[in-house]
Design a protein around this ligand. Structure first.
Ligand SMILES: Nc1ncnc2c1ncn2[C@@H]1O[C@H](COP(=O)(O)OP(=O)(O)OP(=O)(O)O)[C@@H](O)[C@H]1O
Ligand SMILES: [Mg+2]
Length: 150
């Protein structure tokens, strides 16, 4: 079975500090994984490692069977990442932000609009679609910033 995420013996050090010490886990497709731990435990580092946003000292991660290190373009197409601070343009509406990112993923004008509409439905954001993101709560901003070309 291909896992959505497969992490194998991930090691990440910052200087002398070993933040990920041979961390292994896998996540089945269609499931939700919650990662709990104290501040500084390494949760964000682990998420960055499996999405290719940080370079590992050793170990390997796969997204839907694709190597995060060796197939980074494919992995970027397959992942959406909404960090502690959402990267959205506050002067645009939710719909406009989604269309903008659709263009960055290479969708046509019409394709980006269609995908934005699909995501607005899927994330139940109809009431917020045409409002400026600057007026949204933190959680709403993040909801509108997790996206994938699909
Ligand atoms: N770029 C960096 N350079 C040096 N040390 C870092 C860097 N990023 C994280 N660290 C250190 O790695 C450890 C893990 O940090 P990380 O951000 O992964 O923790 P976290 O579990 O996400 O914490 P929180 O619950 O506060 O979000 C911490 O000790 C942190 O100081
Ligand atoms: Mg964190």
């Amino acid at each position: 079975m291909t896992h959505a995420i497969e992490a194998e013996r991930l090691v990440k050090r910052f200087g002398e500090q070993v933040v990920l010490d041979e961390l292994s886990f896998s996540v089945a497709e269609g499931t939700v994984l919650g990662v709990l731990g104290p501040n500084g435990a390494g949760k964000t580092t682990a998420v960055k490692a499996v999405t290719g946003l940080t370079r590992l000292d050793s170990g390997q991660a796969r997204i839907l069977g694709r190597s995060v290190r060796d197939e980074s373009d494919a992995v970027k197409q397959l992942t959406g990442f909404s960090g502690q601070f959402a990267a959205v343009d506050e002067d645009l509406t939710t719909a406009e932000n989604l269309v903008l990112v659709g263009h960055l993923y290479g969708l046509s004008r019409q394709g980006a609009r269609r995908r934005a509409d699909e995501l607005i439905q899927a994330f139940d954001m109809g009431a917020y679609a045409r409002k400026r993101v600057g007026q949204h709560s933190g959680g709403m901003r993040r909801r509108g910033s997790t996206r994938q070309a699909g």
